[in-house]
Design a protein around this ligand. Structure first.
Ligand code: C5P
Length: 234
């Protein structure tokens, strides 16, 4: 798997999700898709099995965070679904991230990519200090979590395209940067504080862009997807 556009399937039901994906039968390539909590908790593991039956690469975005043994078991269950990418919170510690990685290894020795969430984009520096009791600048905390993730043998982090270069400098160019907060230049920002176009994310060195509403809420989602692929991958 190389550079790619990941569509965030933020739908409340499988029915809406497949109504959306049926439009893509005429797309030039099979889209890499992201299933988050909303869809997974509504539909259960069967949603992932169906996406895999349709031949789509799947990023299962459940952000696990628990004691190492529990996360290892959870990851074992997820890897048996055949997902291509999974994630954990780096705040769970290196021991937990290593356990997650072990849990993902299948009998044939393969495993999905394992990505860490550093500091959620919804957390401000004030909340980080007052409620999470982390007394350092947010950027430094995110960089420290990214470093822990690479030391624990993870494959990459979720971050802003604006941080991709820094992450690559500190963790190596093969350490993946999965970057949400993507909008076409004429789109609104919605609830994202900082947004980047697919072309700019490419210039900044992102490895994967995660695109939700700029594709899912578009009048022509396939055209929007093709445009993101053209701008970011080609
Ligand atoms: O619609 P939009 O393009 O803003 O969707 C972005 C997707 O990326 C959503 O599924 C959101 O949960 C996810 N995400 C994010 N910021 C993070 C981590 C994940 O926007 N830091």
């Amino acid at each position: 798997m190389g550079k790619d556009v990941i569509i965030a399937l933020d739908f409340p039901s499988g029915e809406e999700c497949f109504h959306f994906l049926d439009k893509f039968t005429r797309a030039e390539r099979k889209p890499f898709v992201k299933v988050g909590m909303e869809l997974f908790y509504a539909e259960g593991p069967e949603i992932v099995r169906e996406l895999k039956r349709r031949g789509l690469p799947v990023f299962l975005d459940l952000k696990l965070h628990d004691i190492p043994n529990t996360v290892k078991g959870g990851m074992r269950s997820l890897s048996s679904l055949g997902v291509d990418m999974a994630n954990v919170h780096a705040a769970g510690t290196k021991e937990m991230m290593r356990a997650a990685r072990e849990g993902l290894i299948r009998e044939d020795g393969t495993r999905p990519l394992l990505i860490a969430v550093t500091v959620l984009t919804s957390i401000s520096e004030e909340k980080l200090k007052k409620e999470m009791l982390v007394d350092m600048p947010l950027g430094d905390a995110a960089a420290a979590f990214a470093k822990n993730a690479c030391e624990a043998g993870l494959d990459g982090v979720v971050c802003s395209p604006l941080e991709a270069e820094k992450v690559h400098r500190e963790c190596g160019k093969d350490f993946l940067t999965i970057t949400p907060g993507i909008r076409f230049s004429e789109d609104g920002r919605d609830d994202q504080a900082r947004v980047t176009t697919p072309a700019r994310a490419k210039e900044l060195g992102s490895d994967y862009i995660v695109v939700g509403r700029s594709i899912t809420a578009s009048k022509d989602p396939v055209a929007a997807y093709d445009r993101a692929v053209r701008d970011f991958v080609d």
